[in-house]
Design a protein around this ligand. Structure first.
Ligand SMILES: Cc1cc2nc3c(=O)[nH]c(=O)nc-3n(C[C@H](O)[C@H](O)[C@H](O)COP(=O)(O)O)c2cc1C
Ligand code: SF4
Length: 642
């Protein structure tokens, strides 16, 4: 099936066994002092075991104030060498190679994460995300930072990494010097192209002086910054020619900076696959050193195609490696159904980092928990009964079955998937189906017995007498207690998305959270009529992820969806709704009202099963309505600890 994916290629003098690369990702798994933890080691080891050709670590700070996140790796003192040697040793038990990315976060740092100092940058312009005004670096300070890069690279080599990647992209310090977007200097580091390249050149030379001529040095940069006044391909072409001339061994093409409003440097499900690969292809036309292309490449066959048509020499598949660290081995074995696909939701990975938390993955609750989910043989095998076939229930069943328990799952409807099924219907979210089919397939592979169309009752539980019951009965759509709510013209978003209720004409969506907004877009894209979303808060999708929301609002605007914020639906009539804003009622004509006002726990069985005591676990929305990330993680944990 594969022409190139599993062929080796050198970076400098290091042979990378295949073309699949995990590009850098902040995990927030290290200590605040930049030391590796067992969690960090086990997470990387899992990828090496899974067959990735090259793993590039997260961005390690070159000095203790260079950090953009609080719990990233550090290379600013010799104590880091021993700590991170443990990482290279764990990875080198397998065929994978590992490079260490080193960086200074520049203005994209914050005093809250960098040891309490004001961030420093090329020029005093605040990053629109981190928002703290940075201090302009003096020339003397720049020279110090150059030295920091050099000594960090020396430690990287001493720790046993196979190469080093200088991070000169995504708006961090070096990147800021390279682009007019941030660089407003008029000294030898500003103005003309060569002056703006000076810091990268000095860093490269210092790194080379520290690691020697035979050690691979790769540079990551943003080939297109996607911001007004930022760099695009025209100057990037000039940069890559320089890099090759200087002696850099490979180029890793990223895109964007923190100020890139949309689509962002980590593309969500609304962006096409491989959407920045043309940048890598342009770079490849100009240089003879290997080029890495990246961004929303999720399928190994897609990766092989990109290599075959010469778009790049290596394919970065970062989030794909979070979703399934064993993707390379599964691809090689032709185990297509076994591959768990990254669905581009951003919920667990980037989403967690916004809050400074360790990152997670919606579709892979084991990611980051490899150190504790060890699958050691259990003294006692149990009969485990799972009630509910949504994400939480299926994850629970899988985890329990992996531990060797005998598992049966009861789902009252005729399908598995729960609320994740309608979630796949709005435009851009079709890939959500891959997760449901993966869960189903995994249960089948593990021998879980599934009963569809079977409502679990207390009597059934008593008759089966299981050792453990996991209640994952999900949530049910909320119905606000307002006059007219039971009229025929009122339907739920869930049934509309699933095509079970048909609405057309003038449609009011009651509730402007993510579900309401997505349902509105779904209807607008199906040309169902004129749509108005009514939201009682002062903002649509107020708690939604920023990047996702930008996309949703764009789609909504394209289709002329109307919004009414700070407005409540207080009554449903035969041919409309009564809206209330600032205490003023208003009759609003419409043909249908679609309810998207949230969910409540479907936990009626909980009290009936109280006789089970600690043999009962309640997970996912049945415990408390939250998002799919919480459902998958709580379900898996309950199954694992059954
Ligand atoms: C959680 C997360 C953290 C990231 N951290 C870094 C980083 O430390 N350094 C870096 O160069 N890129 C970072 N990236 C960008 C990735 O390397 C990659 O370019 C991006 O995710 C797009 O590739 P993908 O679609 O295969 O995930 C990060 C991405 C994610 C999802
Ligand atoms: S959380 Fe979502 S976007 Fe992030 S790696 Fe997992 S599936 Fe992909």
């Amino acid at each position: 099936m594969f022409d190139k994916l599993f062929t080796p290629l050198n970076i400098g003098n290091v042979v990378i066994p295949n073309r699949l690369v995990v590009t850098a990702m902040v995990s927030n798994f290290c200590t605040a002092d930049g030391m590796a933890t067992e969690r960090f080691l086990a997470y990387h080891e899992e990828k090496a075991k899974g067959g990735w050709g090259l793993i590039i670590t997260e961005d390690y700070a070159v000095n203790k104030h260079a950090m953009g996140y609080q719990y990233i790796g550090g290379m600013w003192k010799d104590e880091h060498i021993e700590s991170h040697r443990a990482l290279t040793e764990r990875v080198h038990k397998y065929d994978s190679k590992i490079f260490c990315q080193i960086y200074h976060a520049g203005r994209q740092s914050h005093s809250g994460v960098n040891g309490g100092v004001q961030p420093v940058a090329v020029s005093p312009i605040a990053c629109p995300w981190t928002r703290e005004m940075p201090r302009e670096l003096t020339v003397e300070e720049i020279k110090e930072i150059v030295k920091d890069f050099g000594s960090a690279a020396r430690r990287v080599k001493e720790a046993g990494f196979d190469g080093v990647e200088i991070h000169a992209g995504n708006g961090y310090l070096i990147s800021g010097f390279m682009s007019f977007y941030e660089n407003k200097r008029t000294d030898e580091y500003g103005g003309c192209f060569m002056n703006r390249m000076r810091l990268l050149k000095e860093v490269y030379e210092e790194v080379r002086a520290n690691v020697g001529t035979d050690y691979p040095i790769m540079v990551r940069f943003s080939a297109d910054e996607h911001v007004v006044g930022g760099r695009d391909l025209s100057e990037s072409r000039m940069i890559v020619k320089l890099m090759e001339e200087w002696g850099i061994d490979a180029i890793n093409c990223s895109n964007g900076v923190y100020g890139t409003y949309n689509p962002g440097q980590v593309a969500p499900m609304y962006m096409p696959h491989a959407w920045t690969i043309h940048n890598a292809a342009e770079v490849k036309k100009l240089v003879n050193i290997p080029v890495i292309g990246v961004n929303r490449i999720t399928d190994p066959l897609m990766a092989d195609n990109l290599l075959s048509i010469g778009m790049c020499d290596f394919v970065g598949m970062s989030r794909a490696s979070l979703a399934d660290p064993a993707l390379p081995n599964k691809a090689k074995a032709g185990d297509w159904e076994g591959i768990r696909t990254c669905i581009g939701c951003l919920q667990g990975c980037v989403g967690a980092l916004y809050f400074g938390d360790p990152f997670r993955c919606l579709v892979n609750p084991e990611m980051g928990n490899e150190y504790k989910y060890t699958y050691e043989a259990l003294p006692e095998k149990k009969q485990v009964m799972v009630i509910g076939g949504g994400v939480a229930g299926m994850e629970a069943a899988i985890a329990a079955a992996r531990r060797g328990h005998t598992v049966s799952l009861y789902e009252k409807s005729d399908r598995l998937g729960g609320q994740f099924l309608p979630a796949a219907y709005p435009p851009g979210k079709g890939e959500f189906t891959t997760f449901i089919s993966w869960l189903k397939n995994e249960m089948l592979r593990l021998g879980v017995t599934v009963f569809l169309n079977t409502e679990a009752t207390a009597a059934l539980v008593k008759s089966k007498n299981p050792d453990k019951v996991i209640l994952a009965s999900g949530g049910v759509p909320l119905k606000p207690p307002i006059p007219g709510i039971d009229r025929k013209n009122v339907v739920t978003a869930e049934r509309v998305l699933l095509g079970k209720d048909i609405v057309e004409g003038r449609i009011v969506i009651a509730g402007g959270g993510a579900v309401g907004l997505e349902t509105a877009i779904h209807l607008a894209y199906s040309e169902r009529g004129a749509i108005t979303v009514v939201e009682m808060l002062d903002e649509i999708d107020k708690t939604g992820d920023g990047v996702i929301k930008v996309h949703l609002m764009k789609l909504a605007a394209e289709r002329g969806i109307q919004f009414r914020t700070s407005t409540k639906v207080i009554e449903v009539c035969e041919n409309g709704v009564v809206l209330e804003q600032s205490g003023h009622p208003e009759l609003f004509y419409c043909d249908f009202v679609v309810l998207a006002v949230g969910y409540r726990a479907n936990d009626s069985l909980r009290s009936e099963l109280s006789f089970l005591g600690d043999k009962l676990a309640v997970v996912g929305d049945a415990e408390a309505c939250a998002n799919a990330l919480t459902a998958s993680h709580s379900g898996f944990a309950a199954g694992y600890y059954a």
